[in-house]
Every structure is written in structure tokens, then in C-alpha cells.
Design a protein around this ligand. Structure first.
Ligand code: PMP
Length: 419
């Protein structure tokens, strides 16, 4: 008997999908949603939803404050969530894991704390043209505050980081290098290990924006040798409102606190304060308690499926998408070939607005993102103002990609008939 496409997949996507309530049959008789906006945010499996519900129903109190039993339980679970993150990314110490509101929060923390205390006129920060606004604007603000200078390494026409251009920008004035592990528009996978090594040789500290890589492939921050790594829970099946900043212990120890308030202090008098130890020093106020538990449940789910398997699965879907889109006339895929990218496929169709195309796909039950995807400089570099982006996760199936292809075919016929 011939095998169906799904049976040849590295993972059983239809079975996994059954664990996601939002992706099930709809009351209106329409086919289930084809959700291809995973680079923006992912959906949650029942396991994560249950973890949040149980948390609020049975375990919730503020952490690190009370001596009552519920607060102790809540605190233990919060610290266990930190340890789950530590294991997941291979950090040495759990106090190197700072809970933040998301990747944006983590990058801003580094800019405010490390950046404000370390940089001044004459210093340089090296970024790339493919960064998300979250890895551009905090550095622009830092440059405004301190007088340091930003440099942007070029992206090739194919959508790869231009490595010799990047090297040309690296010099003895470079104090910080910030780079995305995976482009949220092009899907391009950057050579993090090489970039970190070269940056360190130049004496720079390195921030990795891992918002698009941690959810989709195994992460080992020690193998990367990165100084800071930021990512978001909501892009990896976890709740929104929680993210992670990993920081190397020596750097975090030496940095001043960013936000001030409760929990981040050891002692306060009317004359001043002494900061708490790590990680509390960087977690002022009540942290995202239940979201952190939800994130730990998401990590359990991802561990059960296996990151290498997820990566292989997304690679197949990406290849299938490239083949389908390339077979349609006039579609221009942005970024490199599937072997050099993660499960993100952005494209444009000259003469058709990206927004109009995405709306036409949505009418056929296919959810994609259209716009600049918080990467306006990259779109300007590629000579387009907006693009349509399909991005995958473990619950997407080859049938989803087929439905994208069919919906695109219909949409293109419709638009071309009109003009
Ligand atoms: N960096 C990249 C590469 C991203 O894709 C995103 C989310 N689109 C962010 C940073 C910001 O993440 P968040 O909005 O969760 O802080």
C-alpha cells in the first residue's frame, strides 16, 4: 500500500495537531484553520493550557515573598521552570536565566544595563541588515543616549549574511555584536558559532537574538559561546508575557540592575539600595509566574517531540513550499534555498499587494502574515515594502502546504482576472 505523505514525515504531525484545541474542526463547518503564522506566535497544546489552569486553580501565590506554604510551592515551581530553561539551552547555571517579558525585553535589558554602563562615543555596535526591529531600535536608542555608533553588516541579494562585509565592519572599536540566529523574514540560518568566535577575537561581547531559533532547533549556549541569548515563550508553544535572557554569569554579575523595585534588592534605606544576587537582580517586581510554569510545560512538550525531529519536519515543509510556490508564475521567494533556511518562507508577487494576497488566503482559511514583519530595513534592502510570510511548526502538515498552494493559485487567478 502506498504511504501517505504524513506517514513519511519525521514526526506524526496530524497526531500532534490533535493536541492543539484551536487547530481542530470548527463549529461553522469550515475546514480546520491552516495556521502558518508561527514566526509571529505559535499555538498552545492542551498540556500547556492545562498547566496554566492548574497553576491558577491550585498553586498560585506570589514568589520569593511569603513564608506560607502556597508561596513556597509557587516559588519552588517558578525556580523549577528556570531550571527547565537552563537545561533546554544548556546553560551552566540556573541564575544565568533571567525571566523577561520576551525577546524584546531581554535585548532592551542588555542595552540599558550593559550598554549604558559600558559604551560611549567612539565605540561601535555591529548589527546586520536582517535584524528584527527588536534588535535594532534598542541599539539606536542606546546610540542616542551614549554617542556610540551602529554599523550594519550587509545582506546578499540571495538573503544570506555577507560574511566578508560583516568582517569588514568588525574592528577594534566594535564593543558589541548583536545578530539574529535565524531571520524572521528570510528564514536564513546564520553561522552563529563562527560569528561569536570572530566577535570574541575582536574583543566584542555578543548578543544572539534567538527568538526564531530556540523554538525550532536544539540550542546549546555553551557551544555557541554567546554572552547573551534572548528568546520568547510564545513562539515555542508557551504563554505570551514570558521570555528569557540568558547571560554569562560574569557579565550579569558585573552589570547594574535595569528596572528598580521589589525583589531586585538586597537592602533598601532612604539613602540607597544594594542589589540582590542573580537572577533576582534583574527581575524587579512580580515576575511572570504562571507564564513561566507554562513555558516549562511547553519545554516538556518540545522535549517529548524532539527538536532535531521538529527541525527535520520543518525542513520538508519548507522544501515542499518552495516547490509549490516556484511552480506558480510570478511568485518571488525572498531568502535562500531551503537547505540554508529555517521553516519560514516569505514571498512577493509583483503587482499584487502583500496585504491583499494575505486577505485572499485568509478567506480560504489559510492564516499567513503580510507586511514588513518588523524588519523594515531588510525589506528596503530587498527592494520591496512588504511581503507575505508562511512559517511552520510541528503541527503543520503537508496538507497545510497543499492548501496554501491551492489558495495561492486561486488568489493569483482572481487578481489577474481583475487586472
Ligand atoms: N527577534 C526576532 C527575530 C523575532 O522574530 C521577534 C518576534 N517577531 C522578536 C525578536 C521579538 O519578540 P517578542 O515580540 O516576543 O519580544
Amino acid at each position: 500500500m502506498a504511504m501517505s505523505r504524513s506517514e513519511r514525515l519525521p514526526l506524526d504531525a496530524p497526531a500532534l495537531r490533535a493536541e492543539f484545541p484551536i487547530l481542530q474542526d470548527r463549529d461553522d463547518g469550515q475546514p480546520p484553520l491552516v495556521y502558518l503564522d508561527n514566526a509571529a506566535t505559535t499555538q498552545r497544546p492542551q498540556q500547556v493550557i492545562d498547566r496554566i489552569t492548574t497553576g491558577y486553580q491550585q498553586q498560585y501565590a506570589n514568589v520569593h515573598r511569603g513564608i506560607h506554604r502556597l508561596s513556597e510551592l509557587s516559588t519552588d515551581l517558578f525556580e523549577q521552570a528556570r531550571e527547565a530553561v537552563q537545561r533546554f539551552i544548556g546553560a551552566r547555571h540556573s541564575h544565568e536565566i533571567i525571566f523577561t517579558p520576551g525577546a524584546t525585553g531581554g535585548i532592551n535589558l542588555v542595552a540599558r544595563s550593559w550598554g549604558d554602563s559600558q559604551l560611549g562615543p567612539g565605540d561601535e555596535i555591529l548589527l546586520t541588515e536582517m535584524e528584527h526591529h527588536s534588535n535594532i531600535v534598542p541599539w539606536q536608542q542606546l546610540a542616542q543616549r551614549t554617542g556610540c555608533r551602529l554599523r550594519f553588516a550587509p545582506v546578499t541579494a540571495e538573503g544570506l549574511l555577507d560574511l566578508s562585509g560583516w568582517e569588514d565592519c568588525l574592528n577594534e572599536r566594535t564593543r558589541l555584536v548583536a545578530v539574529t540566529a535565524v531571520s524572521n523574514v528570510l528564514g536564513t540560518i546564520n553561522p552563529v558559532v563562527t560569528l561569536v568566535r570572530r566577535a570574541h577575537e575582536a574583543g566584542a561581547v555578543v548578543v544572539i537574538d534567538a527568538a526564531q531559533s530556540v523554538p525550532h532547533e536544539p540550542t546549546d549556549v555553551l557551544a555557541w559561546d554567546a554572552d547573551f541569548v534572548a528568546f520568547s515563550g510564545h513562539k515555542m508553544l508557551g504563554p505570551s508575557g514570558v521570555g528569557v535572557l540568558y547571560g554569562r554569569e560574569e557579565l550579569l554579575e558585573a552589570m547594574p540592575p535595569f528596572l528598580g523595585g521589589g525583589s531586585m534588592i538586597h537592602r533598601v534605606t532612604l539613602d540607597g539600595f544594594t542589589p540582590a544576587n542573580l537572577p533576582s537582580k534583574f527581575e524587579a517586581g512580580t515576575p511572570p509566574i504562571v507564564p513561566a510554569w507554562g513555558l516549562a510545560a511547553a519545554i516538556e512538550f518540545l522535549d517529548r517531540v524532539g527538536l532535531p525531529t521538529i527541525r527535520a519536519h520543518e525542513r520538508l515543509l519548507t522544501e515542499q513550499t518552495h516547490a509549490l510556490l516556484n511552480a506558480l508564475s510570478g511568485v518571488r521567494i525572498l531568502g535562500p534555498s531551503p537547505d540554508q533556511k529555517a521553516g519560514i518562507v516569505s514571498f512577493v508577487v509583483p503587482g499584487i499587494q502583500a496585504n491583499d494576497l494575505a486577505m485572499a488566503l485568509d478567506e480560504q482559511g489559510v492564516a499567513v502574515r503580510a507586511g514588513h514583519h518588523c524588519a523594515m530595513p531588510l525589506h528596503a534592502r530587498l527592494g520591496v515594502s512588504a511581503s507575505v510570510r508562511a512559517s511552520f511548526y510541528l503541527y503543520n502538515t503537508p496538507d497545510d502546504v497543499e492548501r496554501l498552494g491551492q489558495a495561492m493559485d486561486c488568489a493569483l487567478k482572481l487578481f489577474r482576472r481583475r487586472h
